[in-house]
Design a protein around this ligand. Structure first.
Ligand SMILES: [Ca+2]
Ligand SMILES: [Ca+2]
Length: 391
């Protein structure tokens, strides 16, 4: 990471600069007075005054530093300094596609309701929120890391793309020092709230990521997040992880909390992307219970539409096998909702069967079957090329 962007007055840097300024002033004053101590009467008074000024300056700077460490800009009970320290300690090791058409996660202009890209420079946004634990002697904090892109340039791409990864931390109490906090669970979002939802949850120790950030793979163009490279295709077949390279994170900026934005991130509430809804907890009791039953390895946090995903996956394969490019998967990744899922849930068995049979039959039959799936998904035919790895 190039640098930590903690503003003056938002985490201690302001206090540090006051302290340094006071120290320099004190040294300069003592040096100037020293030149006159050899000059004659009244010098003892001057020396006492210098000592008094020094003590006053240091005491003021120290007080200011302590006050700044208590600043809580988003009013959630955690200081800005504590939130920033946890963001930096648990920053995920993002793996991105070297040829991603959106380049890197973007920096957005402060204070504008409309998300406005300033630069595609590898900025990661964060959110640090205290949670209530049911265990005595345990404190919980949930940390979200948002990779916000200028564009989703996979299938059925669209401007702006809000993705995220999160972690649940624990320590003895909220005042525990940063080094004492440990990760319990990691969550990686992939196509949330669609029938292709492949979001995963895993035990941090199983990933070897309980004391630092987890390694997370972001699919090319679509930017779905995966806790293992091998499961990158678990959505509906529209994700690819190829040519992966570590993301050089330029900065980590705290978004604050809903209704209490930091760094001018008022654009979280824009209707142009589903970002505000991602600021809620990712660690439901049901998801954690499913995870613990499975031994802690990455499991899908929402397995409700598995058969539907299978249908779309087959449709995707058939379309690819035809040498054409279909919108089916891409649109499902982006737009399919529960209504669509319900429609498919009643039809997916027949549809999938038809597709599999069609795959063995004629091109004409294939076209009819894929059109059938497209009809279920309320889609039109594709105009873009498939986002396969570059040759
Ligand atoms: Ca706070
Ligand atoms: Ca916070």
């Amino acid at each position: 990471m190039g640098r930590s962007l903690v503003r003056d007055g938002e985490g201690g840097q302001g206090a540090d600069s006051d302290f340094v300024a006071g120290f320099l002033l004190c040294i300069k004053t003592k040096r100037d007075k020293a030149r006159t101590w050899h000059g004659g009467a009244g010098l003892k008074i001057s020396r006492g005054l210098v000592v008094f000024l020094c003590v006053w300056v240091f005491a003021s700077a120290l007080g200011a530093a302590q006050d700044d460490l208590k600043v809580d800009s988003d009013h959630d009970g955690l200081s800005d300094a504590r939130e920033q320290a946890l963001l930096e300690k648990f920053l995920p090791r993002f793996q991105v596609s070297r040829g991603d058409c959106a380049v890197k996660p973007a920096l957005f202009a402060e204070g504008l309701a409309k998300p406005t890209v300033v630069g595609r420079d590898g900025t990661i946004y964060g959110q640090v929120t205290p949670r209530v634990s049911t265990k005595a002697g345990e404190a919980l904090i949930e940390v979200h890391f948002y990779d916000l892109w200028s564009v989703d340039c996979g299938r059925m791409g669209h401007p702006l793309d809000a993705e995220h990864v999160s972690v649940l931390l624990s320590a003895k109490n909220m005042e525990s020092p940063t080094e004492d906090w440990r990760a319990l669970y990691w969550f990686a979002a992939a196509h949330e709230a669609t029938v292709c939802d492949a979001s995963q949850i895993a035990v941090a120790k199983v990933l070897g990521a309980d004391e630092h950030g987890a390694t997370v793979w972001l699919s090319a163009g679509k930017h779905g997040a995966f806790l293992s490279e091998s499961i990158c295709r678990q959505g509906c077949g529209g994700d690819r992880c190829y040519g992966m390279t570590p993301l050089a994170v330029e900065r980590v900026l705290n978004l604050g909390e809903p209704g209490a934005a930091m760094y001018g991130a008022v654009w979280v509430n824009s209707s142009e992307w589903p970002l505000a809804v991602k600021m809620q907890t990712d660690f439901s009791v049901a998801a954690i219970a499913r995870l613990e039953q499975g031994g802690g390895v990455p499991v899908e946090s929402n397995a409700a539409h598995g058969s539907v995903k299978g249908t779309i996956y087959v449709a995707n394969s058939v379309v690819n096998g035809m040498g054409t490019s279909g919108e089916n998967t891409g649109a499902a990744l982006n737009t399919a909702n529960d209504k669509t899922a319900n429609a498919l849930a009643t039809a997916d068995g027949n549809t999938e069967g038809a597709l599999i049979k069609s795959a063995k039959a004629t091109t004409g039959a294939l076209k009819r079957s894929t059109k059938g799936v497209g009809k279920f998904l309320h889609l039109s035919k594709d105009k873009k090329a498939e986002d396969e790895p570059p040759q």
